[in-house]
Every structure is written in structure tokens, then in C-alpha cells.
Design a protein around this ligand. Sequence first.
Ligand code: PXP
Length: 237
Amino acid sequence: MTKLSVNINKIATLRNARGGNNPDVVKVALDCEKFGAEGITVHPRPDERHIRRSDVYALRPLLTTEFNMEGYPSPEFIDLVLKAKPHQVTLVPDAPDQITSNAGWDTKTHQAFLTELIDTFSSAGIRTSIFVGTDLEIIEYAAKTGTDRVELYTEPYATLYPKNPEAAIAPFVEAAKLVRSLGMGLNAGHDLSLVNLKYMHDNIPWLDEVSIGHALISDALYLGLKKTIEEYKNCLL
Ligand code: PXP
């Protein structure tokens, strides 16, 4: 079964636009769970432009599904993760001022750094995942860090999908097979949507988890949160 983890960054962005507590990030997260999401993802950034440290602490004791914290492993992020102890940490190589993550790790260059981090988080009982592209050598080096999972960066798939679905999915199927053969779990995320999610899942049904934010929250403006989550879950049947 592929779990749907809803990334709630955009809810925090909307709240922060007015300075109050509307929409309430915790309430939305709990409602996502009530409507069928199997996980909640947050991506706290150093400038707290969406998710704040205080959101992480507020969410942690209340969530009943899987809590995934993703981000660049700065000393502040590492400290927050070790204090909050989510079920999973996803390491992302994004610069502090980046709008959104736009590449996976170079696991060869950063092998020692990543291995040490994986060890730190694993020792704390937190499942680990490394954000990577579909380059096969990069995936082999990811496995050498001892990470439990990798998350495939799916933006290139989403971009090519409307023009050529077969070409779009091909490198992801190859990468996903290698991930499986190396004994790692498999997550995927970035620009997944109601347009492209089902085809990805049909071709890679052994995906453990997809993490989806932007498109899902945008769809909820038209469909409502409950119906939107149901529709995303239908893509994963
Ligand atoms: N996975 C990672 C590592 C991300 O950084 C993001 C964006 O925060 C996502 C998944 C979700 O991407 P999207 O918002 O396009 O669904």
C-alpha cells in the first residue's frame, strides 16, 4: 500500500499572510488525517516563512498518523528533528532562500556528511530518507549511507508527463527497481498531482509513500479538502 502524506506548508503560508491563526495549521493537519491521509509532512525552513518551530511542537503530540519532517540538515534543523522525534526525516539539499527544492542530493560528494547524519537519526529511532534524482550511481551511493529509504524527486516526471508519459516514467521505473534491489524503501514527491499520480503508481506500485503539497492544497480550493484527499487516495489504489 502506498501511503499519502499531505505536506501542509501551504496552509502555514496562508496563515502567515495575515499574522493570526487562520487557517489553523494543527486543525487542518488533523482534518487531513480524519479525511484519510496516512501521514503529514512539514518542511520547516530557517526563515520560518511557512512552518514554524512552534508548529512542529504543536503538531507532534496530536498527530495519529506518520509525521515526516523534511529539510536541509542545518544544525537548527537537526536539533529540531531530534527534539520532535518524527517517524521519518527526509534530508533535502535546498539552500535557505530557495523557493522549493529543485534537485536531489549528490550522494557521492556528500557521502560522509550524509552517512553521519543517517547514523545520528537512526540512533535516535527516526526512520531516514534521502531526496534523490534518478541517476543510478547516486542511488547506489545513497544506499551506502545506510538510509532506510530514498525519496525520488518527481518534478522531471511531472513536467514531461503531459507530452510523453512513457518517456517521463521510464527513468523512474528503472531507479525504483534499483532502490528495491538495494533493499531500501521508496518514497516520491514534488509536483505530483491528480493528473500524474495514478500513472506513477500504476507503474511503480511498490512505492511506500508519496508526499504531496502544492497541487493537493490547490485542488482543495475547488473540491474541498475531504474530496481532494479521497481523489488522491483513489489514484493509489
Ligand atoms: N518532497 C520534498 C522533498 C519537497 O521539498 C516537497 C516540497 O516541499 C515535496 C515533496 C512536495 O512537493 P509539492 O508541494 O510539489 O507536492
